[in-house]
Design a protein around this ligand. Structure first.
Ligand SMILES: [Zn+2]
Length: 480
């Protein structure tokens, strides 16, 4: 069994920081070896301490992580690789998307299998396994999107759980496509509740939104900014409240995906204060981008079309606050890239035909670290919202989400001083633009290990598409 000693770094976990070396044996973390304080200060370790540790453990390879953070690999629980949408497919395959994720320090994704109307959940799951199997550089799991609620589907939910898929996403948006009525949602929630599974909700009032969209198009308001203006934050707040009420009636755990509006956050906070099993995630685009980006001229705004839409800037502060107070527990990306050329362009002259989605799987860890650098999050909280909580929320902990003996050696060595400029010219996602083009940030991944294997090795790709394994997930570990 080959061994790697990661020496000299600062181990960052959800519970704090520790000057420690990490010994990897095969696919697992074998030991976390705290270094003695040497009088150089809590974070200023001397070479002497490192050598002591290294001398104590003979490893096949020693990686010098001096001055670097050693983190549990990022877990992005909301991605859409090669997802069918509006007559096209999101541009990243499982191969390109998981490679890009690894470049950005993410070692696990949970993607969405998408039930088409009239098909079965198990056939859907099989189809998604066929797409991902042998094509992932990092480990992966699936959630199931239910778009056709009927007796067969409801019965199949238990079989999905047995197959390691115990989170089911439903939509209050997209009438005629993924939309479920309140009655259908209630039925699925009741079924999920019987086994403790979590229902994930895209909470926007799609019925009302479709009326606003039709009015805008009829009035000739066809530019991309109208995507945002026809999906007002109040309709996310309303749908979030409704989903919470339905979950309360069904006694079902609820996870609000890609929360973007302060109205929705207030509803989640109230439910959590009331002790309900309600959780929510947000995404970097809602923390950093705004309706102003959707309003960029010359159809540039199409690059920022996703649902829920980017909000007016004032929502950002409440989202950062929600992350600090744990009303928002997770940051995922909703990575769903469509190229500007030929894909986003489908909606020239009609914003409602612009494929919904933005790229982001590569930069979640960096953008959150930028929040640390800006004093908006603590270091441990960064790791918590990006890795540890996603692992616990979706039944992967302690295999994933922590640097501890016995856990998978999914480890990121992160240079908090490195500078980088985000750009389509340098990113690894299979998409022809960056939503953060030209943004300068502090911090960069140096090395990413997935189950002990270097996937990114000191700035070079060293992975392979047959490495990633499908993860059978357990239930949400936050439920009481
Ligand atoms: Zn999504």
């Amino acid at each position: 069994m080959s061994t790697i000693l990661i020496s000299g770094g600062t181990v960052v976990t959800a519970s704090g920081t520790l000057d420690a070396d990490v010994l990897v044996a095969g696919e697992k973390i074998a030991a976390v070896l705290a270094r003695e304080a040497t009088g150089a200060g809590a974070t200023g370790e001397t070479a002497g301490g490192v050598e002591d540790s290294a001398a104590a453990v003979a490893a096949d390879r020693v990686i010098d992580a001096s001055g670097k953070y050693v983190l549990p690999g990022g877990i992005d629980v909301h991605t859409h690789m090669e997802m069918p949408f509006g007559g096209t497919f999101s541009a990243d395959t499982f191969e390109t998307g998981t490679r890009a994720a690894a470049w950005g320090g993410t070692t696990t994704i949970v993607d969405f299998a998408v039930q088409a109307k009239g098909t079965s959940l198990l056939a859907t799951l099989e189809a998604w396994h066929a797409k991902a199997d042998g094509n992932c550089a990092i480990d992966y799991g699936f959630h199931m999107i239910i778009s056709d609620v009927n007796d067969t589907t409801l019965k199949e939910m238990d079989a999905c759980i047995a197959a390691g898929v115990n989170s089911f996403k439903m939509f209050m948006a997209y009438p005629g496509v993924f939309y479920a009525t309140d009655g259908e949602i209630l039925l699925a929630m009741q079924q999920a509740a019987r086994s403790g599974a979590t229902v994930m909700m895209h909470a926007e009032n799609g019925i009302a939104i479709d009326q606003l969209v039709a009015q805008a198009i009829a009035a000739g308001r066809t530019d991309p900014v109208n995507h945002g203006l026809t999906r007002p934050p109040e309709l996310e707040g309303e749908a979030t409240s409704r989903a919470i009420t339905l979950a309360q009636v069904a006694n079902c755990p609820l996870y609000i995906v890609h929360l973007s509006a302060s109205q929705a956050l207030a509803a989640v906070a109230e439910a959590r204060d009331n002790g309900q099993n309600v959780f929510a995630e947000t995404c970097p685009q809602y923390l950093y981008l705004s309706l102003d980006d959707l309003a960029r001229p010359d159809f540039e705004g199409a690059k920022f079309v996703a649902s829920p839409p980017l909000r007016p800037k004032e929502h950002q502060d409440s989202l950062w606050r929600g992350l600090r107070t744990n009303d928002l527990s997770v940051v995922s990306t909703d990575h769903c890239p469509f190229c500007f050329k030929d894909q986003k362009e489908l909606g020239r002259g009609d914003f409602s035909k612009i494929p919904n989605g933005m790229p982001g799987v590569e930069h979640r860890m960096d953008l959150l670290h930028a929040g640390v650098a800006a004093g908006k999050l603590t270091l441990p909280r960064w790791v918590e919202v990006a890795s540890t909580t996603p692992a616990r929320m979706f039944g992967l902990y302690p295999r994933k989400g922590v640097i501890a003996a016995g856990s998978d050696a999914d480890i990121v060595i992160y240079d908090p001083q490195a500078r980088q400029t985000l750009s389509a010219a340098t990113h690894h996602m299979n998409v022809d633009y960056s939503a953060y083009e030209g943004m300068e940030i502090t911090g960069k991944v140096v090395t990413t290990l997935s189950r002990g294997r270097p996937v990114i090795d000191e700035g070079t790709y060293a992975g392979s598409p047959d490495h990633g394994m499908f993860l059978i997930r357990g239930l949400n570990q936050y439920l009481v």
